[in-house]
Design a protein around this ligand. Structure first.
Ligand code: ZN
Length: 575
C-alpha cells in the first residue's frame, strides 16, 4: 500500500495521520511505521461511515421533490443530477460510458388502460376480473391494444428442471394459451417424506420459484399470457405489494430477435383463482398438493377461457445507471464494485393520510447512501491497488433492469470484476450483534464477510427466510448470473440480533416494515432512525472492499453453486 497519495494529506481528516507518520519517520524510519499508520488511522484520523451523512442523503432522496424516483420521470432527472454531484464532490472520476457519469438504459414504460373485457369463464360461469382486486396484469410489449380469448392451462409450479429430474409441462402445448402458475417452487410447502422434498432446496427458493422465471418459461413456450396465483407466505409479500402498481410495467428495449415476452403477465388473487378452479370442477388446494408430485403434468382446465380486451399506452424513454470510478493505484484494470439502486416506486394512490409519493427511503435510498459513504471513506484513505466502481442502478423495482442491462453491456469487463457488493434495504433499528448473510454457501466472499465481521465484534447469521428467494431479487443477481461473485446486504432477509431487544426485536422490525411500509408511502425518511447498525453493515462492506482492493485474490464460487461454471470459463482472463 503506497503511503503517500498526492493529495492524501491535504485532507483535514488526514492531518493527524500525517503528524503521526512524520513522528514515526523521525523516530523509527518509515518502514517500521505501517502498524502505527493503521493504528492512528483507527484512532481519530480515519474517515468513518457517518450516520448523520447517511440520514442527510436519504432525506434528500426521499423528499417529495424526488417524486418517488420513478425511472423516466422528473424524479429521475433530479436523482441522477444529485448522485452525479455527490460523486463529483467526493473527488471520484466519471465511471460511465464515454467518460460520462452515466450509462444510458433504453427502456419502455407501459400502462394497461381501459378494460373493455377482462374475465374468466368456465361452463356457465362468467367471472369478471377487476384490476388490483382480483388480478394485477400488465404488459412489457410496445402495443396499443391486447386481445386474448384463449384456453387456460394449469402448469403447477411451471418448473422445467431436467437437472433436478423435474418437468411440469409434459407434452402440453402452451402456444397462444394462458398459463396459470403456483408461486414459489415445488418443494416449498412439501412435508418431510414427500417425494419432492429437498428437490428444490427445501424451503430455500430456487430460481424456479421466481415469477421472472415463470414469465420467461411461459414466453419460451409461446404462451399468450402468464399469471401467478398469489399466496402471501409463498410469495414472501402480501397482495398489497403484488398489486401496488396495477397495470404498469417497465422493460429494457431489446432488438426483435430472440424470445418475445408474453402479451400479458401478472398476479391472480388467490380468491379469484379458487373461484375459477371451482367453476371448472377443481379444488385449488388439492391441485396444490398434486402439483408437488413428480408425476404432475400441466393440463387444460376443461371449458375454461380467459378473455381480455384492453388498451395500452406506452412510451420509450432513456433511463440512466450512474457510475463513478475510484481508480486503482497498481492494478487499475481489476475492479471491485459497490452498488445499490436509485429508483423507487414513484407516485401512486393516496394513502389514509393523503400521501401519494412512495419515497423508497429504506429501499433503497439507504443503500445508495451506503454506496456514497463507502466512496467517501475510501477516497479519503490511501489508494487501493485495485479500482472500485460505484454503481447506482435504475429500474431495480421493475425487474432488476438497470443492473441487467449493465451485465449485458458492462463498462468494466465482468471477467475482471473481482466482486460485486450490493446494499439494498438497511435496517434502522440500531446496532446489531450479527450480520445477515443472503445466499449461504454460494461464494468465498461469505468467508470474507465472517472474518471481517469478527473484527467488528459481530458474527454471521444466515438469512432466516431463504424461501423468499431474496438472492434472486436484488441487483447483484444479474452479475452473479454472469459469474461475478456477489454479496448482498438486505435487512429484510432476517431479523438481526439487535443489541437492544435481540432477535425478537430484529424480527419485529422486519414484520412492521413489510406489513406497512415496503414499497408503500410510509417508506419515508425519519429523523428518529437509529442508523448505527446500518453504518456497521456499510462499514463491513468497506472493510471487504479495502481487503480485496489490496489483494491479488479472486474469490471463487463454492462447489455446488449454479454460478461457478460460467466464472470458470473466463478463468484465463484473470491471470
Ligand atoms: Zn430494493
Amino acid at each position: 500500500m503506497p503511503p503517500f497519495h498526492p493529495d492524501y494529506f491535504l485532507k483535514p481528516e488526514n492531518h493527524m495521520l500525517y503528524r503521526a507518520l512524520l513522528m514515526c519517520a523521525i523516530v523509527a524510519g518509515l518502514a517500521a511505521c505501517d502498524a502505527g499508520n493503521e493504528e492512528s488511522a483507527n484512532l481519530e484520523t480515519r474517515a468513518q461511515i457517518d450516520t448523520a451523512r447517511i440520514s442527510d442523503i436519504v432525506k434528500v432522496m426521499a423528499a417529495d421533490e424526488f417524486e418517488g424516483r420513478a425511472p423516466g420521470t422528473p424524479g429521475e432527472d433530479r436523482t441522477v443530477a444529485y448522485l452525479v454531484e455527490q460523486f463529483a464532490n467526493l473527488g471520484l472520476e466519471p465511471g460511465g460510458q464515454d467518460g460520462s457519469w452515466t450509462q444510458t438504459v433504453p427502456m419502455i414504460h407501459t400502462q394497461v388502460q381501459a378494460m373493455e373485457v377482462l374475465s374468466f369463464s368456465a361452463g356457465d360461469t362468467l367471472q369478471p376480473l377487476q384490476q388490483k382486486v382480483d388480478i394485477e396484469i400488465s404488459t412489457v410489449r410496445a402495443v396499443e391494444s391486447i386481445g386474448i380469448d384463449a384456453p387456460v392451462v394449469f402448469v403447477g409450479f411451471g418448473a422445467s428442471a431436467p437437472e433436478r429430474d423435474w418437468d411440469d409441462f409434459g407434452d402440453i402445448d402452451l402456444e397462444g394459451k394462458v398459463a396459470l402458475f403456483l408461486v414459489n417452487d415445488p418443494d416449498f410447502a412439501a412435508t418431510p417424506g414427500e417425494a419432492v422434498a429437498g428437490r428444490f432446496g427445501d424451503r430455500r427458493m430456487t430460481y424456479y420459484g421466481r415469477w421472472t422465471y415463470k414469465f420467461e418459461e411461459a414466453a419460451r413456450r409461446g404462451a399468450a399470457a402468464a399469471l401467478v396465483i398469489h399466496e402471501t407466505e409463498a410469495a414472501g409479500y402480501g397482495w398489497n405489494v403484488a398489486s401496488s402498481s396495477p397495470g404498469e410495467n417497465y422493460a429494457v428495449v431489446r432488438d426483435g430477435s430472440g424470445v418475445q415476452p408474453v402479451a400479458l403477465q401478472g398476479w391472480l388473487h388467490n380468491d379469484a383463482a379458487t373461484a375459477l378452479f371451482a367453476a371448472a370442477g377443481y379444488d385449488l388446494d388439492q391441485l396444490r398438493a398434486s402439483a408437488r408430485r413428480p408425476d404432475f403434468e400441466a393440463f387444460e382446465l376443461p371449458g375454461a377461457r380467459f378473455v381480455a380486451d384492453l388498451s395500452v399506452t406506452f412510451e420509450h424513454f432513456q433511463s440512466s445507471n450512474v457510475l463513478a470510478l475510484l481508480p486503482g493505484d497498481t492494478r487499475p484494470d481489476e475492479f471491485l464494485m459497490v452498488s445499490g439502486h436509485w429508483d423507487a416506486y414513484g407516485v401512486g394512490e393516496p394513502d389514509a393520510q393523503g400521501r401519494t409519493v412512495r419515497p423508497g427511503a429504506h429501499d433503497d435510498a439507504l443503500g445508495i447512501a451506503g454506496v456514497l459513504e463507502i466512496a467517501r471513506v475510501l477516497r479519503a484513505g490511501a489508494p487501493l491497488d485495485r479500482s472500485v466502481v460505484f454503481a447506482a442502478w435504475t429500474a431495480e423495482e421493475s425487474g432488476l433492469l438497470g443492473s441487467d442491462y449493465y451485465a449485458d453491456n458492462p463498462v468494466y469487463p465482468l471477467e475482471r470484476t473481482v466482486a460485486n457488493l450490493t446494499l439494498d434495504i438497511l435496517q434502522t433499528a440500531g446496532p446489531a450483534r450479527d450480520v445477515i448473510l443472503v445466499g449461504e454457501g454460494q461464494s468465498e466472499l461469505e468467508d470474507d464477510l465472517a472474518r471481517l465481521a469478527a473484527t467488528q465484534g459481530r458474527y454471521v447469521t444466515p438469512e432466516n427466510l431463504p424461501e423468499n428467494g431474496l438472492f434472486f431479487r436484488a441487483d447483484h443477481f444479474p452479475l452473479a448470473r454472469r459469474g461475478v461473485p456477489v454479496l448482498l446486504s438486505m435487512a429484510i432477509a432476517g431479523g438481526a440480533d439487535l443489541v437492544e431487544g435481540g432477535r425478537e426485536a430484529g424480527d419485529g422490525w422486519i414484520a412492521d416494515y413489510i406489513a406497512a411500509c415496503y414499497h408503500q408511502t410510509c417508506d419515508s425518511w425519519d429523523p428518529d432512525w437509529d442508523l448505527r447498525g446500518a453504518a456497521e453493515d456499510i462499514d463491513l462492506f468497506r472493510l471487504i472492499i479495502e481487503d480485496l482492493g489490496n489483494s491479488t485474490r479472486w474469490p471463487q464460487w463454492k462447489a455446488g453453486s449454479e454460478f461457478k461454471a460460467v466464472r470458470e470459463q473466463s478463468q484465463s482472463m484473470r491471470r
